[in-house]
Ligand binder design. Structure first.
Ligand SMILES: [Mn+2]
Length: 279
């Protein structure tokens, strides 16, 4: 029995299947914890979503920014962008079931001593506080009337906590932190524009995982979202976005033995050219 956390798949079904084969994944005894961004940019987001959903209780994912974008497009809050590869999901006969499954997933998931989130956690927040903030968003997304709160959190530009937040503003801030954070200031301001490498962080901002938490955390945080970072394995922080979509690798981290497994993504159907993405 083993539990694997897997990094951002982004529609790279062939790489996902290759990695599952490599780790001899058996859904009857093993578990998968995905760090989100199952969909978009890659060639088969529909296949990835179906595979994850069909694994039933053997698979949980936290919701990433691309997953939220899919929910927002489906709800009519925004439209497909040129680089999006989400149309096959929207046109699939099982679209409604897949969307329902996706919005039942958490933004934060704890698996024993590991806490999974898509992007990051500001140093000001304890794990218990982060769970409470995440729950607030999860309840809204799981509700039958999820469209209005989804629109508010999807469009939020909140980068800094304010104690007088409305419910929509609070959920927007939480979503920006958990699904988009890469660098922040020591006083808890998020920079949502920066996507470069950690050492290029703008002045006054640091990679979130380098800032000491205000209160000690016993848990280890597993996250994705930062392909320029690649695999980061430290005692308390495990980054596993291997940049699969850029032709690098898809990464699995085994929670029991802390071993890393990698599927290279450069030589098969999932590789898309950078030109396709930039056009
Ligand atoms: Mn992401």
């Amino acid at each position: 029995m083993a539990t694997y956390a897997i990094g951002d798949i982004q529609g790279c079904l062939a790489s996902f299947q290759k990695l599952l084969h490599q780790i001899s994944f058996n859904p009857d005894v093993d578990r998968l914890c995905l760090v989100g961004d199952l969909v978009n940019r890659g060639p088969d987001s529909l296949g990835v979503l179906r595979l994850a959903k069909n694994l039933g209780p053997a698979c949980v994912t936290v919701i990433g920014n691309h997953d939220l974008h899919l929910l927002a497009v489906h709800a009519g809050i925004t439209s497909l962008q040129k680089k999006d590869t989400l149309r096959p999901i929207l046109e699939a006969p099982d679209c409604e079931e897949l969307i329902f499954w996706l919005r039942q997933q958490p933004l934060l998931h704890q698996e024993r001593e590991y806490v999974l989130i898509h992007a990051g956690l500001l140093p000001q927040w304890s794990i218990d506080q982060a769970k409470e903030l995440a729950k607030d968003v999860e309840v809204a997304l799981r509700s039958d009337q999820y469209q209005d709160p989804l629109a508010a959190l999807y469009q939020s530009t909140a980068c800094e906590w304010r104690s007088d937040f409305s419910a929509d503003e609070r959920r927007g801030f939480t979503t920006n932190m958990l699904t988009r954070l890469r660098v922040c200031s020591s006083d808890g301001k998020i920079n949502l524009r920066f996507k470069g490498e950690p050492h290029q962080a703008p002045e006054g901002f640091s990679p979130w995982y380098l800032l000491p938490p205000a209160s000690p955390r016993s848990e280890t945080i597993v996250f994705g979202h930062w392909s320029a970072l690649g695999a980061l394995i430290t005692e308390k922080y495990i980054g596993i976005d291997g940049g699969c979509i850029w032709g690098h690798e898809l990464i699995a981290f085994c929670l029991e033995d802390r071993k890393i497994h990698r599927a290279s993504c450069g030589s098969h159907d999932d590789l898309i050219s950078v030109n396709d993405l930039l056009e």
